[in-house]
Write a protein that binds this ligand. Structure first.
Ligand SMILES: [Zn+2]
Length: 432
């Protein structure tokens, strides 16, 4: 109810064409000059986004209903590629499956990457049918991240319809395997020159993210020769090693997020029968911290805990690393990051669009768990911006608020227009 009322108020504000809340009091530099809103081509593009909303929402639903489990994004990729080609972008698909559409600039401007991941976490057999009730769309993956893919296509069309030219190349990357550890974006970075700016489109509308939460996923597999129950007495068993290791793991002391860390054992599997000692049993650990030193030291500690448990119980241990996405969120790494005009410009545009942070809530935060992390760690000014309002992501009851994709898309458009000609500081107040 509350959410709905706020959305309507937001739309009213947008239709009134102005929001007087530009954060002129911010101590950070920005490239945003609200005068851009008076440009005829920008107004035409904004109008195109607004008028296109019914089709935009239809396309969003169409994308969400296509299979999209990580590594099975092909149908979505084919669709996105066709749409980008229809808009005259230079389109390619790399060997991991990312779809890249380049909207060439006139020259002399920055290269700006806009990234939206196509994959979802849900199993292939999941029913992806979207249910619409009022302004709310219900369906697995509707929010994370079909919304951003639709916003990206709407942005490209609006830029073209309004014949907006930028000096810099706008590179639209529909990525794959984000949910498996940012694999698509990591692949793109490994095979392309570093861009000047990276804007990841992923997450609920809210604070701008400009840091990177490091994420390590490790599988610890305990092994034994096994035995029939009758002859099992006193024999080594992976079960005891797993129990011991998990007890010790959860007794570890470390500070909480946002500065500290979080550890979750997401899976324990093993054994196939009642009447035997399992030959194999594994636990998976999801370890996250914005602090690379803490991340590595906890990773080593966990490895030691697992090894000690295996040794004590006389069972084998095999360690399989699923992902090691580095952290970029401590003060030294983010020196200057908050001050980069990209962050404050996104905040300023959000304020202009009426997406003002709730009182007391931060406008930008030094964390992030999106494709943007890859840029942060590579030293590229990077942010993650929201795609719509919504919730319950990664569950079957995922939902998204359709009208909120309008300001989210305008945010993408205005960032493209603002930075397309370069990063220039138009407002530089004292640094705190
Ligand atoms: Zn996502």
């Amino acid at each position: 109810m509350m959410r709905h009322a706020r959305t309507l108020a937001l739309l009213a504000l947008l239709h009134a064409g102005a929001a007087p809340t530009l954060a002129a009091q911010s101590p950070y530099s920005s490239s945003w000059d609200a005068a851009v809103l008076r440009r005829a081509d920008v107004r035409a593009a904004m109008a195109h986004v607004e008028q296109g909303m019914p089709k935009h929402i239809e396309e969003w639903i169409r994308i969400a209903e296509m299979p999209g489990k990580s590594q099975h994004e092909q149908q979505r990729g084919v669709y996105v590629k066709a749409q980008m080609e229809a808009e005259g972008l230079r389109v390619s698909v790399d060997s991991i499956g990312n779809v890249i559409g380049v909207r060439a600039g006139t020259g002399g401007g920055p290269t700006i990457v806009f990234a939206a991941h196509m994959d979802i976490v849900h199993a292939l057999e999941t029913n992806l049918k979207v249910r619409v009730s009022g302004d709310t769309l219900h369906g697995p993956g509707i929010f994370d991240n079909s919304a951003s893919v639709a916003n990206m296509l709407a942005t490209i069309r609006a830029l073209n319809a309004a014949k907006i030219r930028t000096k810099g190349n706008l590179v639209f990357v529909a990525t794959v395997q984000e949910e498996l550890g940012l694999r698509g974006m990591n692949y793109w970075f490994a095979h392309n020159p570093k861009p000047d700016l990276l804007i990841s489109m992923d997450g609920g509308l809210g604070p701008i993210n400009y840091g990177a939460l490091g994420i390590y996923w490790t599988k610890y597999v305990f092994t034994s020769p096994g035995s029939h129950t009758v002859t099992s007495r006193g024999k080594p068993t992976p079960v005891k090693a797993v129990a011991d290791a998990i007890q010790t793991l959860y007794a570890l002391q470390y500070g909480p997020l946002p500065e500290g860390a979080v550890i979750n054992v997401g899976q324990i599997h093993g054994g196939v029968i009642y009447n035997g000692v399992p030959q194999e049993m594994f636990v998976t650990v999801d370890l996250r911290s914005p602090d690379p030193i803490l991340l590595d030291s906890l990773d080593r500690t966990i490895g030691r805990i697992m090894q000690d448990a295996a040794t004590k119980e006389k069972v084998g241990l095999r360690i399989e690393v699923e992902q090691k996405n580095q952290a970029g969120g401590i003060t030294a790494q983010l020196e200057g990051a908050r001050r980069h005009p990209l962050v404050q410009t996104a905040v300023d545009i959000q304020n202009q669009l009426g997406l003002t942070a709730l009182p007391g809530a931060p406008e930008a935060i030094a964390t992030g768990s999106t494709d943007g992390n890859v840029g942060v760690v590579a030293g590229v000014p990077s942010i993650a911006i929201g795609r719509s309002k919504g919730g319950n992501q990664h569950t079957l009851t995922e939902w998204a608020d359709a009208p909120s994709a309008l300001p989210a898309t305008k945010l993408v458009l205005l960032l493209a227009v603002t930075f397309g000609d370069g990063v220039k500081v138009v407002r530089q107040a004292p640094i705190p």
